[in-house]
Ligand binder design. Structure first.
Ligand code: SF4
Length: 324
């Protein structure tokens, strides 16, 4: 997936170290890695128990034999029909998603964007970005552009800020979706936080388990919040990771104490290779109901799903329309 900065700086756990911890993965490691790369940052590894088969942090990043099962689900949230130009998705009148890269510091095994065709480009070309911005400039009703990916914080800082400035120059609000403060907290420093705050950028991080909130992650989040960046969090409900009301309650309460607003609890999107993370909707509803009994206000996120029909996020609710 390219020579990433963090890779060159040695902040990533090497393949042999991962296989030392989990020799049972040797038969599938390379095949899985070829489909969707295995990348684990040193920071993440320091919080995970890699040789524990049930560790919720290890499960999120280590390859799994089930990833080799192809169930043909390659457009899990229905984006293909809503992409007017490459790298851009517009499902809502007021918001558009600009995918600024496909690279991440760490690859989450459940990711709904895990379907990469072999040899496909990992970053938009300048011409593709020009086309995306031409679309944004002419789009009626747009209020906000979400920079996502991949992880926008893996981009060189000047490139990231340049993209933000191009969006802002169109008079649109900017939101950045990133797992970096949690997956690679070194990506955040006071200078970046100042630059983001000065541009009025909202940051939405992604965190699934309270043990992800180690000291370096808390410091990274505090750097953003202290600079005045509004920070929200998305969580994905994942079997074996956080499908437990006590875990989610702890996570959401801790985030609120860190001044990070729990925003969405996502029902897991079904994509090829992530079947082992899926949770039945009835179970998800029961878990959310239990969380809601003890949490409310700023600590309680909305429980949503993003169906393959491309219709956009909606609340998970009991009823016939729940083919998740
Ligand atoms: S950081 Fe985000 S985009 Fe990257 S693998 Fe994880 S969930 Fe997917």
């Amino acid at each position: 997936m390219g020579a990433d900065v963090y890779h060159r700086s040695g902040k990533m756990v090497r393949r042999d170290a991962l296989l030392d911890a989990r020799p049972d993965l040797a038969p599938v490691y390379d095949a899985v890695d070829a489909l969707f790369p295995v990348r684990v940052t040193s920071s993440w590894a320091s919080r995970a128990v890699l040789d524990d088969h049930a560790d919720p942090l290890a499960l999120q990043v280590l390859p799994h034999p089930a990833e080799l099962d192809d169930d043909g689900l390659d457009d899990p949230v229905g984006e293909k029909a809503h992409s007017p130009v490459p790298w851009l998705v517009r499902k809502y009148r007021d918001r558009a998603l600009l995918l600024v890269t496909k690279r991440c510091h760490l690859y989450c095994r459940y990711c709904f964007r895990r379907t990469h065709a072999p040899g496909e480009a990992l970053d938009p070309t300048d011409a593709e970005l020009d086309a995306a911005f031409a679309y944004l400039a002419g789009a009626e009703g747009l209020r906000e552009v979400i920079l996502s990916g991949g992880d926008p914080l893996i981009l060189p800082r000047r490139r990231l800020l340049g993209l933000i400035d191009r969006v802002a120059a169109l008079g649109l609000r900017v939101r950045v979706h990133t797992r970096a403060p949690v997956s690679f907290p070194e990506a955040v420093d006071p200078d970046l936080a100042r630059e983001l705050a000065g541009r009025g950028v909202f940051v939405v991080v992604h965190c699934n388990h309270p043990r992800e909130l180690a000291d370096d992650v808390r410091a990274s989040l505090a750097t953003l919040v202290d600079a005045g960046v509004p920070v929200l969090c998305q969580t994905v409900l994942l079997a074996g990771v956080n499908d437990d009301p006590a875990v989610l309650t702890d996570l959401f309460e801790t985030l609120a104490r860190l001044r990070v607003r729990p925003y969405y609890l996502h029902h897991p999107d079904a994509v090829t290779g992530n079947a082992h993370f899926r949770v039945p909707v009835e179970r998800g509803l029961a878990i959310y109901a239990a969380v809601r009994e003890t949490l409310g206000g700023v600590a309680l996120p909305r429980y949503v799903w993003d169906p393959p029909d491309g219709g956009g996020k909606r609340d998970v609710a009991p009823g016939p329309d729940r083919a998740i």
